[in-house]
Design a protein around this ligand. Structure first.
Ligand code: ADP
Ligand code: MG
Length: 320
């Protein structure tokens, strides 16, 4: 039985650490470290939610190349149902993101590949309706699906599912109004601070929260190592993540979403969902990429138990 159905893109991240400060063309530039790991917002969400203990099914499209197979394998190893991952018939290969951490920031170079090609007709709506919850990440990268995303969410709501959405960045920086059409059918909306302001077309976060609170049922804004904010109607909660040794914040937002939805589906209080999400996300930044920390389940659970205890919220809601 699938609890959460994730619709979205699936690819690997190739991360090169420790590149020189200057990147002149024509030179052989050496990195000091390499990670080849499961990437893409949707897949990181699915992987980490499954590791927490939720049954997850993944709907996606890959190419006929080895990278697609490797990405699928990473999901199936932790028990995500990959029966709905289809291999495209075109020559397009699976997408790939090359991440180049650089100074305090990073370059992210993405070849979208099949993530631009998945369409509504690739989705088995009966499979979606069989879940309790629908999540979609990367609204702007699911290019062929985008016009039908409102329809997908409307049907999920009609079938009684709860829903969540994380747009992530808009590479075109347009933040189209079609997003508002989807938000009508979204229970939990997960932008980060920058995205929240862009979507609301303001530079003021509280103004953005006011506007977004009127568009979806719940809005949760992520703010890196700062306090994340959860708003429903007139109620608002704000909680800082634990202090950790930051290695790599790739996928922190997706892991946050996974933590939040894990407890949300167990009908926890929103404040507890926020606390749990912060702890899960903080652990994810202690290792490379978006899923490496979550491959060490016992390390994850012991970190979560220790941090949860400090919040005085009773027993950790995770099953060993
Ligand atoms: N340096 C950090 N220390 C602790 N937690 C962090 C840190 N960076 C991110 N997080 C956690 O990850 C969440 C999402 O991070 P953020 O970077 O804001 O989102 P996104 O990845 O979508 O840009 C934060 O709300 C927080 O819970
Ligand atoms: Mg994000």
């Amino acid at each position: 039985m699938i609890e959460v159905c994730v619709v979205g893109e699936l690819n690997l991240d190739l991360i090169l650490y420790g590149l020189p400060k200057d990147l002149p063309a024509g030179r052989e530039l050496l990195a000091s470290g390499l990670a080849f790991t499961l990437g893409s917002s949707s897949a990181i969400f699915a992987h980490n939610l499954r590791v927490l203990g939720t049954q997850v099914g993944f709907i996606s499209k890959i190419g006929g190349d080895p990278l697609g197979k490797m990405a699928v394998e990473r999901l199936s190893t932790v028990g995500v149902d990959i029966s709905q991952v289809r291999q495209g018939t075109s020559k397009t290969s699976t997408g790939l993101t090359v991440v180049l951490p650089h100074d305090q920031d990073r370059y992210m170079l993405t070849y979208p590949g099949t993530m631009f090609e998945m369409q509504y007709s690739d989705i088995d709506m009966d499979y979606v309706r069989g879940a309790r919850h629908l999540h979609l990440s990367s609204f702007f990268l699911n290019r062929a699906l985008r016009p039908r995303i409102p329809d997908l969410f409307r049907q999920a709501k009609e079938a009684g599912l709860t829903t969540s959405l994380d747009t992530n960045d808009d590479p075109e920086d347009r933040w189209g109004q079609d997003l508002h059409e989807v938000l009508k059918y979204v229970d939990v909306f997960f932008p980060n601070e920058r995205e929240a302001k862009k979507i609301a077309r303001t530079t003021d976060l509280s103004q953005a929260m006011d506007l977004l609170a009127g568009l979806s049922k719940i809005v949760v804004v992520k703010r890196g190592s700062g306090s994340a904010i959860c708003r429903m109607g007139d109620e608002q909660w704000s909680l800082a993540p634990p202090d950790v040794n930051l290695v790599d914040d790739v996928g922190a937002g997706d892991t946050f979403n996974a933590g939040f939805i894990y407890l949300y589906l167990r009908r926890a209080k929103l404040e507890d969902c926020l606390a749990f999400a912060n702890i899960a996300a903080a652990y994810s930044v202690t290792k490379e990429g978006g899923t490496e920390a979550f491959r060490d389940r016992s390390g994850l659970f012991s970190f979560m138990r220790q941090q949860w205890n400090t919040t005085g919220r009773g027993a950790l809601p995770l099953k060993d």
